[in-house]
Design a protein around this ligand. Structure first.
Ligand SMILES: Nc1ncnc2c1ncn2[C@@H]1O[C@H](COP(=O)(O)OP(=O)(O)OP(=O)(O)O)[C@@H](O)[C@H]1O
Ligand SMILES: [Mg+2]
Length: 245
């Protein structure tokens, strides 16, 4: 892993800093994202909203180093994604980021518990953090799934056999296990009914508070805004965070 590099705008409290970021998909006529600045402090909760197709999921992929910006800088936990090899990016991501993808990205033929345990299998840091709270990491996975009301009978079933709402909860448990420093959630409540949505939000916020995880949360649901310290709107030509901390 590369040595920690703090840019002049980064403090030890900064979980994510994106500056002057421009990104366009190959073959696209115009840039998908132009972002002057977006910062997220440790433990902070930020909600991102905007119309379909405005670039929210793209921004999350850039934040997590899944995509690399053509211009500007994106730093996570003081490390700039562009300065790392692909293997270093994978290691930084699994150590520090819990990501609930819009399409879940579960491994379909793997059992539910094994899907949730993936970050612990790939990251010593996540494994030790999960074990410090629950003992065996399987206990940590089961506790998260229980809290998300996923029946125990489903724990060993292949993820592909679950309903969409159930898969979304498995994806959430996988993101939360081992107390990542930043949780990135792309419309994580879209497939949940109203009761489950409230329970899900309580658990997610509670987990983030306990682990001091920063939360970057995309949703179309304006009712969820009350849970967040900052709401950033992505729209128009220039997509800018007005509420820089
Ligand atoms: N892999 C890709 N290749 C080419 N273009 C893409 C790709 N992914 C997204 N886009 C385009 O980039 C733009 C932004 O997409 P993105 O998925 O970030 O939007 P979004 O705000 O998350 O939308 P939604 O609310 O519907 O999830 C869209 O115009 C989309 O067509
Ligand atoms: Mg999206």
């Amino acid at each position: 892993m590369s040595t920690l590099h703090l840019s002049p705008d980064t403090t030890p409290n900064t979980a994510l800093l994106m500056q002057g970021v421009r990104f366009g998909y190959t073959g696209a006529d115009a840039a998908t994202l132009n972002l002057d600045r977006l910062s997220l402090q440790r433990g902070e909760r930020l909600m991102l909203r905007g119309p379909s197709g405005c670039g929210k999921s793209t921004l999350l992929s850039l934040a997590a180093g899944v995509l690399l910006a053509q211009k500007g800088t994106v730093e996570l936990m003081g490390r700039e994604w562009a300065g790392l090899s692909a293997a270093q990016r994978d290691a930084l991501r699994v150590d520090h980021v819990g990501y609930i993808f819009q399409q879940f990205n579960l491994l379909p033929y793997l059992g539910v518990l094994d899907n949730v345990l993936l970050p612990c299998r790939l990251s010593k840091r996540r494994r030790e953090r999960a074990a410090s709270v629950h003992g065996p990491i399987e206990g940590a996975a089961a506790a998260l799934l229980d809290a998300l009301e996923l029946p125990t009978a489903l724990h060993r079933r292949p993820a592909a056999e679950l309903s969409v709402g159930q898969q979304q909860r498995v994806a959430a448990a996988r993101a939360m296990i081992g107390q990542p420093d930043i949780v990135i959630a792309d419309e994580p409540t879209s497939a949940l009914d109203e009761d489950r949505r409230e329970g899900f939000m309580r658990l997610l916020l509670d987990q983030c508070t306990r682990a001091q995880s920063a939360l970057l949360f995309v949703t179309h649901d304006a009712r969820l805004a009350r849970h967040f310290e900052r709401v950033v709107e992505l729209s128009g030509v220039n997509r800018v965070d007005q509420g820089v901390s």
